[in-house]
Design a protein around this ligand. Sequence first.
Ligand SMILES: [Zn+2]
Length: 513
Amino acid sequence: MTTSHLPLASATLALASLASLTLAGLAVPAAAAEQNSAKALAYESVDRNADAIAAIGDTVYFFGELGMQEIESTKFVKSVFESIGFTVETGGGGMPTDVYAHWGTGRPRVVIVTEMDALPGGSQTPGSIDHKPLIEGAPGHMEGHNTHPGVSIGAAYAVKQAMLRYNIPGSVAISLGPAEEQLISRPYVVRAGQFKDADIAILLHLGDRFAAGDGLMNYAAISSRFTFHGKTAHGAVNPWDGKDAVDAVELMDIGFDKLREHLRPTYRAHRAITAGGIQPNIIPDYGQIWWFVRDANMPAAKETFDKLIKIGEGAALMTGTTMEYQIDAASWPQLGLKSIATVLQQNIEAVGMPQWSDDEQAFARKFQTALGLPAVGLNTKTTPLGARGQSTSSNDNGDVTWVVPSAVLGFPSTVPGVAAHNWQAGVTPTSTMAHKGMVAGSKVLAGAILDFLMNPQLVNEARGEFEKATDEMKYFAVLPADAKPPLDLNKETMERYRPAMSKYYLNKPVRFE
Ligand SMILES: [Zn+2]
Protein backbone atom coordinates (compact mmCIF):
# COMPACT_ATOMS: atom_id res chain seq x y z
CA MET A 1 0.00 0.00 0.00
CA THR A 2 1.24 3.51 -0.76
CA THR A 3 0.33 6.89 0.62
CA SER A 4 -1.81 7.58 -2.44
CA HIS A 5 -4.36 5.08 -1.15
CA LEU A 6 -4.73 6.89 2.14
CA PRO A 7 -7.47 9.46 2.68
CA LEU A 8 -5.80 12.75 1.77
CA ALA A 9 -7.00 14.71 4.75
CA SER A 10 -3.59 16.25 5.28
CA ALA A 11 0.01 15.62 4.51
CA THR A 12 0.73 15.23 8.20
CA LEU A 13 -1.89 12.56 8.52
CA ALA A 14 -0.47 10.65 5.56
CA LEU A 15 3.03 10.87 6.99
CA ALA A 16 1.92 9.81 10.43
CA SER A 17 0.01 6.90 8.98
CA LEU A 18 2.97 5.91 6.84
CA ALA A 19 5.20 5.99 9.89
CA SER A 20 3.00 3.52 11.70
CA LEU A 21 2.78 1.32 8.59
CA THR A 22 6.54 1.17 8.44
CA LEU A 23 6.72 0.45 12.14
CA ALA A 24 4.28 -2.37 11.91
CA GLY A 25 5.98 -3.65 8.75
CA LEU A 26 2.58 -4.74 7.47
CA ALA A 27 0.14 -3.53 4.88
CA VAL A 28 -2.70 -2.41 7.18
CA PRO A 29 -5.82 -0.57 6.05
CA ALA A 30 -5.72 3.20 6.20
CA ALA A 31 -8.21 3.35 9.07
CA ALA A 32 -6.09 1.00 11.18
CA ALA A 33 -2.98 2.98 10.37
CA GLU A 34 -4.67 6.18 11.43
CA GLN A 35 -5.74 4.48 14.64
CA ASN A 36 -2.16 3.48 15.35
CA SER A 37 -1.02 7.04 14.79
CA ALA A 38 -3.74 8.41 17.03
CA LYS A 39 -2.69 6.00 19.77
CA ALA A 40 0.99 6.88 19.34
CA LEU A 41 0.06 10.53 19.75
CA ALA A 42 -1.98 9.72 22.88
CA TYR A 43 0.90 7.72 24.42
CA GLU A 44 3.27 10.63 23.75
CA SER A 45 0.82 12.97 25.45
CA VAL A 46 0.69 10.72 28.53
CA ASP A 47 4.50 10.41 28.69
CA ARG A 48 4.96 14.16 28.21
CA ASN A 49 2.49 14.83 31.05
CA ALA A 50 3.68 12.10 33.43
CA ASP A 51 4.68 14.69 36.06
CA ALA A 52 1.25 16.35 35.93
CA ILE A 53 -0.49 12.96 36.23
CA ALA A 54 1.63 12.10 39.28
CA ALA A 55 1.09 15.55 40.82
CA ILE A 56 -2.70 15.14 40.60
CA GLY A 57 -2.49 11.83 42.48
CA ASP A 58 -0.11 13.23 45.12
CA THR A 59 -2.21 16.37 45.65
CA VAL A 60 -5.40 14.37 46.20
CA TYR A 61 -3.51 11.99 48.55
CA PHE A 62 -2.70 14.81 50.95
CA PHE A 63 -6.28 16.14 50.87
CA GLY A 64 -7.22 12.71 52.31
CA GLU A 65 -10.93 13.50 52.17
CA LEU A 66 -13.70 11.15 53.25
CA GLY A 67 -16.75 10.31 51.17
CA MET A 68 -19.20 13.15 50.51
CA GLN A 69 -16.63 15.61 51.93
CA GLU A 70 -14.31 15.58 48.89
CA ILE A 71 -14.44 19.39 48.90
CA GLU A 72 -10.79 20.33 48.26
CA SER A 73 -10.35 17.38 45.88
CA THR A 74 -13.37 18.52 43.87
CA LYS A 75 -12.16 22.14 43.70
CA PHE A 76 -8.75 20.94 42.61
CA VAL A 77 -9.78 18.47 39.89
CA LYS A 78 -12.35 20.96 38.58
CA SER A 79 -9.59 23.53 38.05
CA VAL A 80 -7.38 20.94 36.33
CA PHE A 81 -10.23 19.82 34.06
CA GLU A 82 -10.99 23.42 33.15
CA SER A 83 -7.33 24.07 32.40
CA ILE A 84 -7.47 21.34 29.73
CA GLY A 85 -10.68 22.68 28.21
CA PHE A 86 -13.17 20.23 29.74
CA THR A 87 -16.63 21.28 30.90
CA VAL A 88 -17.21 20.37 34.55
CA GLU A 89 -20.56 19.77 36.18
CA THR A 90 -20.70 19.29 39.95
CA GLY A 91 -23.76 18.54 42.07
CA GLY A 92 -24.90 15.45 40.11
CA GLY A 93 -27.60 13.49 41.96
CA GLY A 94 -27.85 16.37 44.46
CA MET A 95 -24.29 15.82 45.75
CA PRO A 96 -21.93 18.86 45.74
CA THR A 97 -18.82 16.65 45.44
CA ASP A 98 -20.04 14.66 42.46
CA VAL A 99 -17.84 15.57 39.47
CA TYR A 100 -18.77 14.95 35.83
CA ALA A 101 -16.32 16.38 33.30
CA HIS A 102 -16.66 16.08 29.54
CA TRP A 103 -15.23 17.24 26.26
CA GLY A 104 -16.83 17.02 22.82
CA THR A 105 -20.49 16.66 22.01
CA GLY A 106 -20.58 13.81 19.51
CA ARG A 107 -21.30 10.12 19.85
CA PRO A 108 -20.10 7.67 20.78
CA ARG A 109 -19.43 8.97 24.26
CA VAL A 110 -17.01 6.96 26.38
CA VAL A 111 -17.11 7.60 30.15
CA ILE A 112 -14.40 6.76 32.69
CA VAL A 113 -16.08 5.93 36.00
CA THR A 114 -14.05 6.18 39.20
CA GLU A 115 -13.76 7.80 42.65
CA MET A 116 -11.29 9.75 44.84
CA ASP A 117 -12.42 9.33 48.47
CA ALA A 118 -10.19 8.35 51.41
CA LEU A 119 -10.88 6.22 54.50
CA PRO A 120 -11.32 6.98 58.22
CA GLY A 121 -8.16 6.52 60.28
CA GLY A 122 -6.07 6.10 57.13
CA SER A 123 -3.47 8.76 57.83
CA GLN A 124 0.02 7.45 57.09
CA THR A 125 3.44 8.87 56.26
CA PRO A 126 4.02 7.86 52.65
CA GLY A 127 7.13 5.74 52.14
CA SER A 128 7.32 4.61 55.79
CA ILE A 129 6.93 0.86 56.12
CA ASP A 130 6.21 1.30 59.82
CA HIS A 131 2.81 2.53 60.91
CA LYS A 132 3.38 6.27 61.25
CA PRO A 133 0.28 8.45 60.83
CA LEU A 134 0.89 11.95 59.49
CA ILE A 135 -1.83 13.00 61.94
CA GLU A 136 -2.98 10.59 64.63
CA GLY A 137 -6.52 9.40 63.95
CA ALA A 138 -6.99 11.45 60.79
CA PRO A 139 -8.44 10.07 57.55
CA GLY A 140 -6.19 9.17 54.66
CA HIS A 141 -5.81 7.31 51.38
CA MET A 142 -5.28 3.74 52.55
CA GLU A 143 -6.54 2.26 49.32
CA GLY A 144 -5.07 4.63 46.74
CA HIS A 145 -8.18 6.22 45.22
CA ASN A 146 -6.04 9.36 44.98
CA THR A 147 -4.39 7.84 41.88
CA HIS A 148 -7.71 7.60 40.02
CA PRO A 149 -8.21 11.25 38.97
CA GLY A 150 -4.58 11.44 37.75
CA VAL A 151 -4.97 8.40 35.51
CA SER A 152 -8.36 9.58 34.21
CA ILE A 153 -7.31 13.15 33.47
CA GLY A 154 -4.07 12.02 31.81
CA ALA A 155 -6.06 9.70 29.53
CA ALA A 156 -8.82 12.22 28.79
CA TYR A 157 -6.31 14.90 27.83
CA ALA A 158 -4.44 12.48 25.56
CA VAL A 159 -7.67 11.40 23.87
CA LYS A 160 -8.62 15.02 23.30
CA GLN A 161 -5.26 15.69 21.61
CA ALA A 162 -5.72 12.72 19.29
CA MET A 163 -9.34 13.66 18.53
CA LEU A 164 -8.32 17.20 17.56
CA ARG A 165 -5.41 16.08 15.43
CA TYR A 166 -7.27 13.34 13.54
CA ASN A 167 -10.77 14.84 13.54
CA ILE A 168 -12.14 11.90 15.47
CA PRO A 169 -15.87 12.21 16.25
CA GLY A 170 -17.39 11.44 19.65
CA SER A 171 -16.82 12.65 23.16
CA VAL A 172 -15.05 11.64 26.33
CA ALA A 173 -16.26 12.07 29.92
CA ILE A 174 -15.05 11.34 33.45
CA SER A 175 -17.39 10.60 36.33
CA LEU A 176 -15.87 10.93 39.82
CA GLY A 177 -18.56 9.76 42.23
CA PRO A 178 -18.42 10.66 45.93
CA ALA A 179 -18.39 8.26 48.91
CA GLU A 180 -17.53 5.03 47.10
CA GLU A 181 -16.23 3.63 50.38
CA GLN A 182 -19.72 3.87 51.87
CA LEU A 183 -21.32 2.59 48.63
CA ILE A 184 -23.43 5.71 48.39
CA SER A 185 -23.43 7.83 45.29
CA ARG A 186 -23.84 5.95 42.01
CA PRO A 187 -27.45 4.83 42.37
CA TYR A 188 -28.27 8.55 42.80
CA VAL A 189 -26.36 9.69 39.72
CA VAL A 190 -27.75 6.80 37.67
CA ARG A 191 -31.24 7.84 38.78
CA ALA A 192 -30.45 11.47 37.88
CA GLY A 193 -29.61 10.35 34.32
CA GLN A 194 -25.88 11.16 34.38
CA PHE A 195 -25.20 8.27 31.99
CA LYS A 196 -28.12 8.68 29.63
CA ASP A 197 -25.93 9.74 26.70
CA ALA A 198 -23.04 7.37 27.50
CA ASP A 199 -22.28 4.57 25.04
CA ILE A 200 -19.41 2.84 26.85
CA ALA A 201 -18.27 3.02 30.49
CA ILE A 202 -14.83 1.94 31.73
CA LEU A 203 -14.67 1.41 35.51
CA LEU A 204 -11.20 2.29 36.72
CA HIS A 205 -9.48 1.02 39.87
CA LEU A 206 -5.89 0.55 40.97
CA GLY A 207 -4.57 -2.83 42.06
CA ASP A 208 -1.38 -4.87 41.90
CA ARG A 209 -2.21 -6.26 38.46
CA PHE A 210 -2.80 -4.94 34.95
CA ALA A 211 -6.13 -6.60 34.25
CA ALA A 212 -9.41 -6.24 32.43
CA GLY A 213 -12.55 -7.75 33.86
CA ASP A 214 -15.71 -9.24 32.43
CA GLY A 215 -18.64 -11.17 33.82
CA LEU A 216 -20.04 -10.37 37.28
CA MET A 217 -17.00 -8.75 38.85
CA ASN A 218 -18.07 -8.29 42.46
CA TYR A 219 -21.04 -8.57 44.84
CA ALA A 220 -24.40 -6.88 45.23
CA ALA A 221 -24.81 -5.16 48.59
CA ILE A 222 -27.68 -3.58 50.54
CA SER A 223 -26.82 -1.47 53.58
CA SER A 224 -29.70 -0.75 55.94
CA ARG A 225 -30.23 0.44 59.51
CA PHE A 226 -33.12 -1.02 61.54
CA THR A 227 -34.27 1.16 64.44
CA PHE A 228 -36.51 -0.05 67.27
CA HIS A 229 -38.51 2.20 69.59
CA GLY A 230 -39.84 0.93 72.96
CA LYS A 231 -40.58 2.37 76.39
CA THR A 232 -38.16 3.26 79.17
CA ALA A 233 -38.60 1.92 82.70
CA HIS A 234 -36.46 1.33 85.82
CA GLY A 235 -34.72 -2.02 85.44
CA ALA A 236 -35.40 -2.99 89.12
CA VAL A 237 -38.44 -0.96 90.19
CA ASN A 238 -40.91 -1.42 87.31
CA PRO A 239 -39.34 -3.43 84.47
CA TRP A 240 -42.81 -4.80 83.60
CA ASP A 241 -43.71 -1.31 82.35
CA GLY A 242 -40.82 -1.24 79.91
CA LYS A 243 -40.58 -2.26 76.27
CA ASP A 244 -36.97 -3.11 75.54
CA ALA A 245 -35.75 -1.88 72.13
CA VAL A 246 -32.38 -3.60 72.58
CA ASP A 247 -34.11 -6.93 73.19
CA ALA A 248 -35.62 -6.41 69.74
CA VAL A 249 -32.13 -5.79 68.32
CA GLU A 250 -30.88 -9.04 69.90
CA LEU A 251 -33.88 -11.03 68.69
CA MET A 252 -33.37 -9.71 65.17
CA ASP A 253 -29.75 -10.84 65.29
CA ILE A 254 -30.70 -14.31 66.60
CA GLY A 255 -33.54 -14.56 64.09
CA PHE A 256 -31.18 -13.94 61.21
CA ASP A 257 -28.77 -16.57 62.53
CA LYS A 258 -31.65 -19.07 62.29
CA LEU A 259 -32.13 -18.04 58.66
CA ARG A 260 -28.46 -18.53 57.73
CA GLU A 261 -28.89 -22.29 57.32
CA HIS A 262 -31.48 -21.72 54.61
CA LEU A 263 -29.56 -19.24 52.49
CA ARG A 264 -27.60 -19.88 49.31
CA PRO A 265 -23.89 -20.51 49.92
CA THR A 266 -23.09 -17.34 47.93
CA TYR A 267 -24.68 -14.96 50.48
CA ARG A 268 -22.86 -12.71 52.94
CA ALA A 269 -24.46 -10.84 55.86
CA HIS A 270 -22.81 -8.86 58.65
CA ARG A 271 -24.02 -6.36 61.21
CA ALA A 272 -23.00 -3.78 63.78
CA ILE A 273 -25.15 -2.89 66.79
CA THR A 274 -25.09 0.89 66.60
CA ALA A 275 -27.34 1.56 69.64
CA GLY A 276 -27.26 -1.03 72.42
CA GLY A 277 -28.62 0.71 75.50
CA ILE A 278 -27.38 3.24 78.03
CA GLN A 279 -26.78 1.48 81.36
CA PRO A 280 -28.11 -1.80 82.81
CA ASN A 281 -30.77 -0.39 85.09
CA ILE A 282 -32.49 1.60 82.33
CA ILE A 283 -34.77 -0.37 80.03
CA PRO A 284 -33.78 1.14 76.69
CA ASP A 285 -36.47 2.73 74.52
CA TYR A 286 -34.07 2.95 71.60
CA GLY A 287 -32.03 0.31 69.80
CA GLN A 288 -30.44 0.12 66.38
CA ILE A 289 -28.71 -2.53 64.27
CA TRP A 290 -26.98 -1.85 60.95
CA TRP A 291 -26.90 -4.65 58.38
CA PHE A 292 -25.04 -5.34 55.15
CA VAL A 293 -26.65 -8.08 53.06
CA ARG A 294 -24.77 -9.25 49.98
CA ASP A 295 -24.95 -11.89 47.28
CA ALA A 296 -23.51 -12.76 43.89
CA ASN A 297 -26.38 -10.92 42.18
CA MET A 298 -28.91 -8.31 43.24
CA PRO A 299 -32.13 -10.35 42.93
CA ALA A 300 -30.61 -12.89 45.38
CA ALA A 301 -29.42 -10.17 47.79
CA LYS A 302 -32.85 -8.54 47.64
CA GLU A 303 -34.54 -11.85 48.45
CA THR A 304 -32.44 -12.22 51.63
CA PHE A 305 -33.00 -8.57 52.50
CA ASP A 306 -36.79 -9.01 52.26
CA LYS A 307 -36.52 -11.92 54.73
CA LEU A 308 -34.40 -9.72 57.03
CA ILE A 309 -37.21 -7.14 57.08
CA LYS A 310 -39.67 -9.86 58.15
CA ILE A 311 -37.31 -10.89 60.96
CA GLY A 312 -37.15 -7.26 62.12
CA GLU A 313 -40.95 -7.07 62.12
CA GLY A 314 -41.06 -10.31 64.14
CA ALA A 315 -38.59 -8.92 66.68
CA ALA A 316 -40.75 -5.83 67.11
CA LEU A 317 -43.85 -7.99 67.56
CA MET A 318 -42.15 -10.14 70.20
CA THR A 319 -41.05 -7.13 72.25
CA GLY A 320 -43.99 -4.80 71.74
CA THR A 321 -41.70 -2.24 70.16
CA THR A 322 -41.98 -0.52 66.78
CA MET A 323 -39.47 -0.91 63.99
CA GLU A 324 -38.46 1.24 61.05
CA TYR A 325 -35.65 0.73 58.59
CA GLN A 326 -33.88 2.85 56.04
CA ILE A 327 -31.82 1.71 53.11
CA ASP A 328 -28.59 3.73 53.22
CA ALA A 329 -26.98 2.18 50.18
CA ALA A 330 -27.66 -0.48 47.60
CA SER A 331 -25.24 -1.50 44.85
CA TRP A 332 -25.54 -3.92 42.01
CA PRO A 333 -22.54 -6.10 41.15
CA GLN A 334 -20.38 -4.79 38.32
CA LEU A 335 -21.37 -6.37 35.01
CA GLY A 336 -18.31 -6.48 32.75
CA LEU A 337 -18.85 -7.22 29.06
CA LYS A 338 -16.45 -9.47 27.24
CA SER A 339 -16.54 -7.28 24.10
CA ILE A 340 -15.29 -4.27 26.07
CA ALA A 341 -12.89 -6.24 28.27
CA THR A 342 -11.30 -7.68 25.12
CA VAL A 343 -10.55 -4.17 23.82
CA LEU A 344 -9.08 -3.24 27.21
CA GLN A 345 -6.98 -6.41 27.23
CA GLN A 346 -5.55 -5.71 23.76
CA ASN A 347 -4.51 -2.28 24.98
CA ILE A 348 -2.99 -3.75 28.16
CA GLU A 349 -0.89 -6.09 26.00
CA ALA A 350 0.12 -3.19 23.71
CA VAL A 351 1.26 -1.00 26.63
CA GLY A 352 2.70 -3.76 28.83
CA MET A 353 3.68 -3.66 32.50
CA PRO A 354 5.68 -0.69 33.80
CA GLN A 355 9.43 -1.23 33.91
CA TRP A 356 10.09 -1.43 37.63
CA SER A 357 13.56 -0.36 38.79
CA ASP A 358 15.71 -2.57 41.01
CA ASP A 359 15.13 -0.10 43.85
CA GLU A 360 11.36 -0.38 43.46
CA GLN A 361 11.48 -4.17 43.44
CA ALA A 362 13.80 -4.17 46.48
CA PHE A 363 11.45 -1.81 48.35
CA ALA A 364 8.44 -4.00 47.52
CA ARG A 365 10.22 -7.14 48.78
CA LYS A 366 11.39 -5.38 51.96
CA PHE A 367 7.85 -4.11 52.57
CA GLN A 368 6.36 -7.58 51.99
CA THR A 369 8.89 -9.18 54.34
CA ALA A 370 8.14 -6.60 57.04
CA LEU A 371 4.44 -7.50 56.77
CA GLY A 372 5.13 -11.24 56.96
CA LEU A 373 4.12 -11.74 53.33
CA PRO A 374 5.98 -13.78 50.68
CA ALA A 375 8.66 -11.47 49.25
CA VAL A 376 7.53 -11.78 45.64
CA GLY A 377 8.13 -8.14 44.68
CA LEU A 378 6.03 -6.31 42.10
CA ASN A 379 4.15 -8.06 39.32
CA THR A 380 6.01 -8.07 36.04
CA LYS A 381 3.46 -9.76 33.78
CA THR A 382 0.06 -8.59 32.58
CA THR A 383 -2.93 -10.65 33.71
CA PRO A 384 -4.70 -12.66 30.99
CA LEU A 385 -8.36 -11.95 30.33
CA GLY A 386 -10.66 -14.08 32.45
CA ALA A 387 -8.13 -14.60 35.24
CA ARG A 388 -9.88 -12.12 37.51
CA GLY A 389 -12.75 -13.88 39.31
CA GLN A 390 -15.83 -12.44 41.02
CA SER A 391 -14.84 -10.74 44.26
CA THR A 392 -17.17 -10.75 47.28
CA SER A 393 -16.65 -7.03 47.93
CA SER A 394 -18.86 -4.35 46.43
CA ASN A 395 -18.55 -0.98 44.72
CA ASP A 396 -21.44 1.38 44.13
CA ASN A 397 -20.35 1.88 40.51
CA GLY A 398 -21.96 -1.50 39.80
CA ASP A 399 -25.24 0.30 39.11
CA VAL A 400 -23.64 2.14 36.18
CA THR A 401 -22.88 -1.15 34.44
CA TRP A 402 -26.59 -2.06 34.28
CA VAL A 403 -27.46 1.11 32.37
CA VAL A 404 -24.33 1.50 30.18
CA PRO A 405 -22.26 -1.23 28.46
CA SER A 406 -19.16 -1.47 30.70
CA ALA A 407 -16.04 -3.34 31.72
CA VAL A 408 -13.45 -2.97 34.46
CA LEU A 409 -9.82 -1.86 34.12
CA GLY A 410 -7.31 -2.42 36.92
CA PHE A 411 -3.91 -0.73 36.62
CA PRO A 412 -0.81 -1.85 38.54
CA SER A 413 0.04 0.68 41.26
CA THR A 414 0.19 -1.33 44.49
CA VAL A 415 2.47 -3.87 46.15
CA PRO A 416 1.08 -7.44 45.90
CA GLY A 417 -0.24 -8.76 49.21
CA VAL A 418 -0.67 -5.35 50.84
CA ALA A 419 -4.30 -5.16 51.93
CA ALA A 420 -6.47 -2.12 51.26
CA HIS A 421 -8.43 -0.47 54.09
CA ASN A 422 -5.35 -0.78 56.24
CA TRP A 423 -2.60 1.81 56.95
CA GLN A 424 -0.18 -0.37 54.93
CA ALA A 425 -1.99 0.57 51.74
CA GLY A 426 -1.26 4.22 52.52
CA VAL A 427 2.50 3.69 52.15
CA THR A 428 2.87 3.65 48.33
CA PRO A 429 0.08 5.69 46.63
CA THR A 430 2.48 8.60 46.02
CA SER A 431 5.54 6.44 45.20
CA THR A 432 7.32 6.10 41.86
CA MET A 433 5.67 2.64 41.63
CA ALA A 434 2.23 4.24 41.81
CA HIS A 435 3.29 6.94 39.35
CA LYS A 436 4.56 4.41 36.78
CA GLY A 437 1.38 2.36 37.08
CA MET A 438 -0.67 5.52 36.63
CA VAL A 439 1.14 6.38 33.39
CA ALA A 440 0.61 2.84 32.07
CA GLY A 441 -3.05 2.96 33.13
CA SER A 442 -3.56 6.31 31.38
CA LYS A 443 -2.15 4.89 28.14
CA VAL A 444 -4.41 1.83 28.22
CA LEU A 445 -7.44 3.96 28.97
CA ALA A 446 -6.62 6.42 26.19
CA GLY A 447 -5.92 3.62 23.70
CA ALA A 448 -9.17 1.82 24.50
CA ILE A 449 -11.23 5.01 24.30
CA LEU A 450 -9.72 5.77 20.89
CA ASP A 451 -10.56 2.21 19.75
CA PHE A 452 -14.23 2.80 20.58
CA LEU A 453 -14.34 6.29 19.10
CA MET A 454 -12.69 5.16 15.85
CA ASN A 455 -14.57 1.84 15.43
CA PRO A 456 -18.34 2.22 15.71
CA GLN A 457 -18.75 -1.54 15.21
CA LEU A 458 -17.04 -2.15 18.60
CA VAL A 459 -19.64 0.07 20.24
CA ASN A 460 -22.46 -1.79 18.45
CA GLU A 461 -21.04 -5.13 19.50
CA ALA A 462 -20.91 -4.02 23.14
CA ARG A 463 -24.47 -2.73 22.90
CA GLY A 464 -25.64 -6.11 21.56
CA GLU A 465 -23.92 -8.01 24.38
CA PHE A 466 -25.29 -5.54 26.94
CA GLU A 467 -28.87 -5.95 25.71
CA LYS A 468 -28.67 -9.70 25.94
CA ALA A 469 -27.16 -9.66 29.46
CA THR A 470 -29.62 -7.09 30.84
CA ASP A 471 -32.51 -8.97 29.29
CA GLU A 472 -31.46 -12.09 31.21
CA MET A 473 -31.22 -10.12 34.46
CA LYS A 474 -33.21 -6.90 34.52
CA TYR A 475 -32.02 -3.89 36.50
CA PHE A 476 -34.27 -2.45 39.18
CA ALA A 477 -33.50 0.34 41.63
CA VAL A 478 -33.23 -0.89 45.23
CA LEU A 479 -32.91 2.61 46.63
CA PRO A 480 -36.41 3.91 47.53
CA ALA A 481 -37.69 6.59 45.16
CA ASP A 482 -37.70 9.24 47.92
CA ALA A 483 -34.19 8.44 49.22
CA LYS A 484 -31.84 11.42 49.46
CA PRO A 485 -28.03 11.25 49.56
CA PRO A 486 -26.60 11.71 53.09
CA LEU A 487 -24.70 14.95 52.44
CA ASP A 488 -23.51 15.29 56.06
CA LEU A 489 -21.81 11.89 55.96
CA ASN A 490 -18.28 12.18 57.45
CA LYS A 491 -18.69 15.93 57.84
CA GLU A 492 -17.81 16.14 61.55
CA THR A 493 -14.73 13.94 61.20
CA MET A 494 -13.46 15.92 58.24
CA GLU A 495 -14.04 19.26 59.98
CA ARG A 496 -12.14 18.02 63.02
CA TYR A 497 -9.04 16.96 61.11
CA ARG A 498 -8.94 19.32 58.12
CA PRO A 499 -7.06 22.19 59.86
CA ALA A 500 -4.16 19.86 60.82
CA MET A 501 -4.24 18.07 57.48
CA SER A 502 -4.15 21.31 55.50
CA LYS A 503 -0.54 21.87 56.63
CA TYR A 504 0.45 18.98 54.36
CA TYR A 505 -1.39 20.18 51.24
CA LEU A 506 1.01 20.20 48.29
CA ASN A 507 -0.22 23.38 46.54
CA LYS A 508 1.76 22.32 43.50
CA PRO A 509 0.72 23.79 40.13
CA VAL A 510 -0.41 21.18 37.59
CA ARG A 511 0.02 22.01 33.90
CA PHE A 512 -0.71 19.83 30.88
CA GLU A 513 1.21 20.41 27.66
ZN1 LIG B 1 -11.74 1.30 45.89
